[in-house]
Design a protein around this ligand. Structure first.
Ligand code: B12
Ligand code: SF4
Length: 504
């Protein structure tokens, strides 16, 4: 039975879809969002997708607590609460669930947090774990029959060609900075610290290009103009399909449209493929996130990140930047092979590469990964997986002296986000970057953000000298990139706040 069959059999219900608030973290972009009057960076795509799998006759209401509060009226209205969360939202999820419980709602929970650690949530009535395409239909069938179980899970991977388009209509799109869309799940690689392959497998499962263009059509017709994040674990996991189908379809789709840009996550071997980089840029991708992890070949070999090994990673990054895509990078410190020299090497790498948004974390071992198994055998695991990999915490007993590791980590973060280094990195990037051909219209919103940045960063900010240096440098040397430079000044403000909070 599929969720389509279920459309006819279930009695109508009122479903409250709840997404708990994020703490103030690196990726929350909380301090940057104020400048553009947005409440959150992305909508909860998991819940919007689950909503589309529920019977059409059921009423649905989304409360993303990052953009609005959960009210008593919401709780009174609903019959059932569907809660989704990542590990980083754990505390807020516990609080939201407790409120639903007090209001007498039946509670259903799914998504990454619960799939990893559902035993801890005693108030939840039903856990519908793993991919909802597989586990939701049996749950709904049993619910209808009055015999729903406490836990539904499956080792089976979903066929994404059957995934319905997310119910965007439920989201207050104007409150978000970016929209999200998903083409594939899974990654062909096997990095030992990563739980993507545990959760989604090695063989990327794909939607068809027609599914994606239909989803984009629906976003466009809802009036969305702005960036769209392809939340794939590694968009280039199947290069052939990308080159032959998805990218040509996106190039065709964007003809006659403006204001839509794409960003995504890829592996570094994108830099080896000129054709793929040009097609991605033509298709509208202007930013990619890449797990670079470390400039140390010993540490890359240790974690099994073979595709990053023995390469000139700085040159790879620059090649991608020259093709019109900004590179955001993930970096890890604390591998067994790391010696104290790693701190300076990471700083130099990040500064030279012009990776402005550098997410640097201590190595953590998520449950289910090969790293977790190895460290469990070695007796080197600690309690407390925070779920935020940029908070300076780890659940690993390191090989390096723990005090040296934590001090070194703090120094890396403080150095790369110190205004002089941060702004220097922005200039390194802007020098290298060849912006894509498509344009994003300059709106009143952008103008307001510019004025706010002048006031808060250029007049009131402690780093105002650096701000004005970049402001005029860009105006004279790279005027086309001026809006991007201002965006970076705003990001920098957010990053400094988060660094102060966590390691300051
Ligand atoms: C987009 C994304 C983000 C966005 C989140 C935006 C948002 N509003 O949701 C941003 C960029 C902010 C983000 C940040 C982080 N993320 Co993130 N992120 C993702 C990513 C790439 C895609 C999530 C997504 O939208 N998927 C598409 C939807 C359709 O899938 P889904 O959410 O899994 O939902 C499916 C099922 O889970 C289920 N389901 C989901 N919810 C519910 C609810 C119910 C009731 C039911 C029945 C079913 C159900 O049904 C859906 C369809 O099958 C995932 C990786 C991945 N492939 O999922 C990581 C992932 C969720 N992130 C992760 C992590 C660790 C982080 C960060 C700590 C940093 C990092 N390493 O990326 C930060 C923390 C957030 C913060 N603010 O600090 C982990 C979570 C691990 C965990 N156990 O919690 C993941 C799994 C990546 C990974 N392998 O490490 N992330
Ligand atoms: S390349 Fe990225 S997504 Fe793939 S296994 Fe490695 S860390 Fe995970």
């Amino acid at each position: 039975m599929t969720y389509n069959d279920l459309q006819v059999i279930c009695v109508p219900m009122k479903i409250l879809l709840i997404y708990p608030e994020f703490p103030d973290t690196f990726w929350s972009f909380k301090h940057a969002l104020q400048f553009i009057r947005k409440r959150a960076s992305l909508p909860p795509l998991g819940l919007l997708t689950v909503a589309a799998m529920l019977p059409e006759t059921w009423e649905k209401r989304l409360v993303d607590m990052n953009v609005r509060s959960l009210t008593d009226a919401d709780l009174e209205w609903a019959d059932v609460a569907f809660v989704s969360a990542m590990a980083v939202q754990r505390q807020r999820a516990v609080a939201a669930i407790a409120r639903c419980k007090r209001a007498g709602l039946r509670i259903v929970a799914g998504g990454p947090l619960f799939t990893a650690e559902h035993e801890q949530f005693k108030d939840v009535d039903h856990f519908v774990l793993n991919e909802a395409e597989v586990t939701l239909p049996p749950f709904l069938r049993d619910l209808e029959a009055g015999c729903a179980h406490p836990v539904y899970s499956s080792a089976e991977f979903a066929d994404m060609e059957k995934t319905p388009p997310p119910l965007w209509q439920l989201a207050e799109t104007e409150r978000y900075a970016t929209m999200a869309i998903q083409f594939s799940r899974g990654c062909p690689y096997n990095c030992d610290f990563c739980n993507v392959t545990v959760l989604f497998g090695h063989r990327p499962r794909l939607k068809t290009s027609a599914q994606i263009t239909a989803e984009l059509d629906s976003l466009y017709s809802l009036g969305w103009r702005g960036s769209v994040f392809f939340v794939d674990d590694n968009l280039i996991g199947n290069k052939r399909v990308l080159k032959e189908s998805l990218l040509p379809a996106l190039i065709e789709w964007r003809k006659g449209k403006s204001g839509m840009t794409f960003n995504t996550e890829v592996s570094i071997n994108l830099a080896d493929d000129e054709q793929l980089m040009s097609l991605m840029a033509q298709a509208g991708f202007d930013m990619v996130f890449i797990g670079i992890e470390t400039p140390s070949d010993e540490s890359l070999a240790e974690c099994g990140k073979k595709h990053n090994l023995s390469r000139d990673l700085v040159q790879d990054v620059k090649r991608i930047q020259r093709h019109g895509m900004q590179v955001q990078g993930g970096f890890i410190i604390g591998f067994d092979s790391d010696t104290p020299s790693i701190f300076q090497r990471q700083i130099e790498f990040i500064q030279n590469s012009g990776i402005v948004t550098a997410m640097v974390g201590l190595l953590q071992a998520p449950l289910g990964t090969r790293l977790y198994q190895r460290l469990a055998k070695e007796g080197r695991l600690l309690n407390g997986f925070s779920g935020d990999n940029v908070d300076g915490m780890t659940n690993i007993i390191p090989r390096m002296n723990a005090e040296v590791l934590h001090r070194g980590y703090r120094s890396v973060i403080q150095t790369i986000y110190a205004p002089a280094n941060y702004y220097a990195r922005v200039r390194t990037f802007l020098r290298e970057y060849h912006p894509p051909k498509f344009t994003v219209p300059f709106t009143a919103e952008h103008m307001l953000a510019l004025f706010r940045s002048i006031l808060r960063l250029g007049i009131l900010g402690k780093a105002r000298l650096e701000y004005w240096k970049l402001f005029f440098w860009t105006l004279f040397r790279r005027p086309r990139l001026f809006p991007l430079a201002i965006t970076f000044t705003i990001y920098g403000f957010h990053f400094r706040r988060v660094v102060d909070l966590h390691v300051g």
